[in-house]
Design a protein around this ligand. Structure first.
Ligand code: KG4
Ligand code: ZN
Length: 338
C-alpha cells in the first residue's frame, strides 16, 4: 500500500486512565481527538485502580469511537486502518482497546496496527505544523516513565537513559498526595508553584553527577516528606514547597537533556508525556534551547498527556513503511521501545 491509501486512520488509546479515540487524515491532519478521562473515578482511591480502569474503558470505548467518527465528519466505512496502543500499560486496560480495535479491523476488513505508547509520545511533537526532523533527542516524562531517547526515525530508537526509581510524574503525584492536593497532582503543583518562591527550600538535585545521564526522583520525594513532617506547613506555605520541589525536578530534567544532546550530537530536542505539559519545564526548556543552540519542540499541552492523535501519527508512519499486525496481536504490560 502506498501512503495515499492511509488517508483516514482511527486510533484508540486505553493504556491507563483515559480512553481516547482520534481520527487522523493524510498522516498529519487531526479531524477529531476525543478523551474520556476516568480521573474522578480513581481520585477517591488516590491513584489508578486497574480493575476500575478496565471497566471504565469498556463503558467508554464504543460511544467515544462513535464520537470521534462523528466529529471527524466521516463514516466508519471510510476508514483505511485501525491503530491501537498495544503496550506498555495496565494489561486489562490495554486489552479493552486492543479487542475493540481488532473487532473494528475485522468487521471493516482494514489493516490493524498496534503501537507502543512510548513511541507515540515521542511522535506527538510531529502532530504540529513545525515538525522535528529525525534524528532528535526525545525526553519522555510521564506518570510511568522518565527516559531519554535518540529518536532516529519511526520505529528506530536508542534508549540513552532511564529513571532508576520513580518517574517524574509519579514524584509529582506522590508529593501532591503528601500535601493533600489530590490525584493526579502534577497540574495542581504546577498551578500552586506559580504563586510560590522556587528558591524558598533547597531540595536535592538527584543524579547531578556529570558521568550519568540516568534520573532518580525518589530522593527529592523523600526530602519533601521529611520537610513536611518537620515543619507541619499550613496552606499558605504550600506554594513555596511546590515551587521548590518543581524546580528540583525541572533543573535535573533540563540539565540531563542538555548533556545527552551534547554527548550524542543532537541539535533538536522533543519533550513528551504528561509532565511535558508543565509550565515551568516548558519555559526552562525554551530558555535552555536558546542558550545551547538546541531547537526545542513542545507538543501542544493536549498532546503531551495521553491522547489518541499521537497513536494515530505513530501508526501512520509505520503503515507507510508496510507494517501492520495480524488479528492475533496481543497486548503487553511491559515492553521497551526496541
Ligand atoms: O503521559 P501521561 O498523561 O500518562 C502516562 O503515560 O503516564 O502523564 C501523566 C502524568 C501524571 O503523573 C501527571 O501528574 C503529570 O503527567 N502531569 C503533570 C502536569 N500535567 C500532567 N506534571 C506536572 N505538571 C503538569 N502540568
Ligand atoms: Zn502516556
Amino acid at each position: 500500500m502506498s501512503e495515499r491509501d492511509y488517508k483516514l486512520i482511527l486510533a484508540i488509546e486505553s493504556s491507563c486512565d483515559e480512553t481516547a479515540c482520534a481520527v487522523l487524515k493524510d498522516g498529519h491532519q487531526i479531524l477529531s481527538s476525543e478523551i474520556a478521562s476516568q480521573v474522578d473515578e480513581h481520585a477517591r482511591f488516590g491513584g489508578v485502580v486497574p480493575e476500575v480502569a478496565s471497566r471504565q474503558h469498556l463503558m467508554a470505548l464504543f460511544p467515544l469511537t462513535q464520537r470521534a467518527i462523528d466529529n471527524a465528519g466521516i463514516t466508519l466505512d471510510q476508514l483505511d486502518a485501525i491503530a491501537v496502543t498495544r503496550a506498555p500499560g495496565l494489561v486489562g486496560a490495554l486489552l479493552v482497546g486492543v479487542s475493540g480495535a481488532k473487532a473494528l479491523a475485522y468487521a471493516l476488513k482494514i489493516p490493524l496496527i498496534g503501537i507502543n505508547h512510548l513511541e507515540a509520545h515521542l511522535m506527538a511533537a510531529r502532530l504540529q505544523e513545525r515538525k522535528p526532523k529525525f534524528p532528535y533527542l526525545g525526553l519522555i516524562v510521564s506518570g510511568g516513565h522518565t527516559a531519554l531517547y535518540n529518536v532516529k526515525g519511526p520505529g528506530n530508537f536508542d534508549l540513552i537513559s532511564n529513571t532508576r526509581d520513580d518517574a517524574a510524574g509519579e514524584a509529582y503525584d506522590k508529593v501532591a498526595k503528601m500535601m493533600g492536593l489530590g490525584y493526579p497532582g502534577g497540574i495542581v503543583i504546577d498551578q500552586l508553584a506559580k504563586k510560590g518562591d522556587k528558591d524558598a527550600i533547597r531540595f536535592p538535585r538527584a543524579m547531578m553527577r556529570k558521568d550519568t545521564l540516568d534520573f532518580s526522583f525518589s530522593g527529592v520525594k523523600t526530602s519533601v516528606r521529611q520537610y513536611l513532617d518537620k515543619h507541619q506547613p499550613t496552606e499558605e506555605d504550600l506554594p513555596d514547597i511546590c515551587a521548590s520541589f518543581q524546580e528540583a525536578v525541572v533543573e535535573v530534567l533540563v540539565k540531563k537533556s542538555l548533556l545527552a544532546a551534547r554527548k550524542f550530537k543532537l541539535d533538536r530536542w522533543v519533550l513528551a508525556g504528561g509532565v511535558a505539559a508543565n509550565s515551568r519545564l516548558r519555559r526552562q526548556a525554551e530558555v535552555a534551547g536558546k542558550n545551547n543552540a538546541l531547537e526545542v519542540f513542545l507538543p501542544e499541552v493536549q498532546f503531551c498527556t495521553d491522547n489518541a492523535a499521537m497513536i494515530a501519527i505513530a501508526a501512520h508512519q509505520r503503515l507507510v513503511l508496510g507494517q501492520k499486525h495480524s488479528l492475533d496481536m496481543n497486548a503487553a504490560a511491559n515492553e521497551s521501545l526496541f
